[in-house]
Design a protein around this ligand. Structure first.
Ligand SMILES: CC(C)(COP(=O)(O)OP(=O)(O)OC[C@H]1O[C@@H](n2cnc3c(N)ncnc32)[C@H](O)[C@@H]1OP(=O)(O)O)[C@@H](O)C(=O)NCCC(=O)NCCS
Length: 172
């Protein structure tokens, strides 16, 4: 696959089914996230499409990676809602298995950081399992710092894993 053929852009309501397919497939791996495909909270692409169409500018966004017309990965960005956390943005990301380790996650993350800066936030944050070496490498490569560790926070496939909290200050 030629990585340059992958487009990275803001998600649209029409991307909802692709985003959902990608999310559910990733959750069904039972490896990377704190929930499985039955706990995603949203399963209907029409409902997700409506939600995306209602996103307020600079409050929430999907950034998607698209191969031809197919969504192959995404980042969800959510600005803090309370006054005390309006300067922060939470991120979660996921790529289809065959599109991993080709630099697409890096392109998505750069676009996410750009979006967060453009909309005036000062901090972007996320978390991952200590066992997710690829995600840890990706976040550290982009200057995210380890802000804490919650020991044995999750039990995944019968094994305890730690949750590593990552944050990046954008105007420091
Ligand atoms: C995590 C994820 C989003 C990263 O996206 P990606 O496109 O695979 O990442 P990239 O290819 O841009 O970068 C991955 C980096 O990890 C490195 N890497 C890969 N395997 C690794 C390993 N086992 N140990 C350490 N580093 C590793 C790569 O070399 C690359 O670093 P480099 O750019 O310095 O060479 C993607 O792999 C994914 O969707 N994984 C499953 C879902 C998931 O884990 N989501 C995040 C949950 S917090």
């Amino acid at each position: 696959m030629d990585d340059t053929a992958i487009e990275v852009r803001l998600g649209k309501p029409a991307d909802a089914k692709g985003i959902l397919d990608c999310l559910l497939l990733t959750l069904s791996e039972h490896t990377w996230f704190d929930r499985d495909e039955n706990e995603s909270g949203i399963t209907n692409p029409d409902v997700l499409g409506i939600k995306i169409s209602q996103f307020k500018l600079g409050e929430k966004a999907y950034i998607v990676a698209v191969d031809q017309d197919k969504v192959v990965g995404f980042i969800l960005l959510v600005r803090g809602g309370l006054h005390s956390v309006r300067h922060t943005c939470d991120l979660g990301m996921s790529l289809l298995p065959e599109y991993r380790e080709k630099g697409i996650g890096s392109r998505l993350l750069q676009a996410a950081i750009d979006w967060t800066r453009q909309h005036g936030m000062d901090k972007i944050y996320c978390s991952t399992f200590n066992t997710n070496h690829r995600a840890v490498r990706l976040y550290e490569k982009f200057g995210f710092e380890r802000e804490g560790v919650r020991r044995k926070q999750y039990k995944i496939a019968g094994e305890y894993v730690d949750q590593i909290l990552f944050g990046k200050l954008l105007n420091a």
